[in-house]
Design a protein around this ligand. Structure first.
Ligand SMILES: [Zn+2]
Ligand SMILES: [Zn+2]
Length: 333
C-alpha cells in the first residue's frame, strides 16, 4: 500500500516523498568515501542548501547584529534588547515567511504537501481556539525568550573570560572544522533530549503540547512548553566546556531556533512559479514522527541514532505496519 493510500500523507500531492528515507553516509561501516563526498558537497547534501544559509546568517549576525564583546561584559537592557529584538525579527521573518508562502499565499497549492489538512484548524484544544495562534504565542513569548536568555548569558560569559575563547588566527583549522560540525552535534543532541521528552513523565507534562500539532506547519516547530524550550536550547551549554568562539555559539543556538520552521513546513519540495522543483531537505522524516509519535526522534538523521536504537521509520509500507502494530500493542487501538 502506498503512503497516500495508507492515509499517511495528503492524497492531493502529485509526487510522494521518495522512500525508503535514506540516511546520510556519514556514520557508516564500512566507510563509503565517494558517497560521503557526494553527500558533503553535493546538492542536496550536508551543506547545500540549508546549512550554507544558516552558516551565512550566523556570520552576518555576529558581524552586523551583535554588540561588541566589551559592551556585553555587564548585563544591561540596551544590548539584551538588541539580541532579543534581532532573534524575534528573524523568527517572524523565517517562520512567518514560510507560513505566508505556503499557507496564506498558497504559492504552490497542495503540490508536494505532506499534511492531509492545513494546520490552521480551529479547535478548543488550542489556545485562543486556533492552532497557528497558539503556536505563535509559545514561539514568540517562551521560545525566543529562552533562546535569548541562553545566548545573552553565554555572550556575557565570553566577554568576561568565564568561558575561554578560541582564537581564530591561532587555530583556523579547528575553528572551521568545529563550525562545520555544529549541525552534526545539534542532530545528536536533539535525538537525546527528544527521546528523553518522550518518557511518560516528561511527555504528559511538557512535550504533549508540541504534539497537539498532528498536521504541522512552520509555526508548529517551536511551539513547545517553556520547560521543553529550556531543554531544547541546552545544546549551547556545550560552548561552556568546549573551546569555541562566540560565532560558534551564535550559529549553534540560532539554527536551533530557526531550523524547526522548515522542519515542520508540511511540504517536502519547493515548487517555483516556473515549475522548477527544489529540495528543502528530508522533511518526511520528522513529519512521520508527528504521525506516529514513537519513531524518528532525530533531527535530520546525520547521526543515525534512530537506526541504531530501532526507532527508524523509513517511510515504507513495512515501517507503517510495524508502527501500527507497535501502537496497537501500546495503546490497544
Ligand atoms: Zn516536531
Ligand atoms: Zn516528539
Amino acid at each position: 500500500m502506498s503512503d497516500i493510500a495508507a492515509g499517511v500523507i495528503s492524497s492531493r500531492g502529485d509526487t510522494p516523498p521518495a522512500t525508503p528515507i535514506a540516511t546520510p553516509p556519514v556514520f557508516v561501516w564500512p566507510p563509503r568515501p565517494v558517497a560521503l563526498a557526494k553527500f558533503l558537497f553535493g546538492y542536496p547534501g550536508y551543506f547545500l542548501p540549508l546549512n550554507v544559509l544558516y552558516m551565512g546568517l550566523a556570520i552576518l549576525t555576529w558581524f552586523a547584529f551583535t554588540p561588541a564583546l566589551s559592551r556585553m561584559a555587564a548585563f544591561h537592557w540596551d544590548w539584551i534588547a538588541i539580541i532579543y529584538g534581532r532573534n524575534l525579527a528573524l523568527t517572524v521573518l523565517v517562520f512567518g515567511g514560510l507560513h505566508y508562502r505556503f499557507y496564506i499565499q498558497k504559492a504552490q497549492g497542495t503540490r508536494y504537501m505532506l499534511n492531509r489538512r492545513e494546520p490552521t484548524v480551529s479547535h478548543r484544544r488550542f489556545l485562543f481556539g486556533n492552532q497557528v495562534r497558539e503556536n505563535v504565542f509559545w514561539t514568540a513569548i517562551s521560545g525566543v525568550g529562552i533562546w535569548t536568555a541562553y545566548e545573552v548569558v553565554t555572550l556575557w560569559a565570553f566577554a568576561n573570560g568565564t568561558i575561554p575563547m578560541l582564537n581564530w588566527e591561532a587555530h583556523p583549522v579547528y575553528f572551521v572544522l568545529l563550525f562545520c560540525a555544529i549541525p552534526i552535534i545539534r542532530d545528536a543532541h536533539f535525538y537525546l533530549i527528544h527521546r528523553l521528552l518522550h518518557y511518560p513523565f516528561l511527555y504528559k507534562r511538557y512535550h504533549s503540547l508540541h504534539h497537539k500539532n498532528t498536521d504541522i506547519g512552520p509555526w508548529s516547530g517551536m511551539s513547545m512548553h517553556p520547560v521543553e524550550h529550556v531543554i531544547y536550547f541546552s545544546g549551547i551549554l556545550l560552548h561552556w566546556v568546549l573551546l569555541s568562539h562566540p560565532l560558534h555559539a551564535i550559529f549553534h543556538i540560532q539554527t536551533t531556533g530557526l531550523a524547526p520552521a522548515i522542519g515542520h513546513v508540511g511540504f517536502h519540495k519547493l515548487l517555483t512559479k516556473r515549475d522548477n522543483v527544489y529540495s528543502i531537505g528530508q522533511r518526511y522524516f520528522h513529519f512521520l514522527h508527528h504521525r506516529y509519535f514513537e519513531c524518528n526522534y532525530g533531527g535530520d538523521g546525520t547521526v543515525p541514532l534512530d537506526k541504531w536504537f530501532g526507532s527508524f521509520h523509513d517511510g515504507t509500507p513495512e515501517s507503517h505496519d510495524t508502527m501500527r502494530l507497535r501502537r496497537s500493542r501500546v495503546h490497544g487501538v
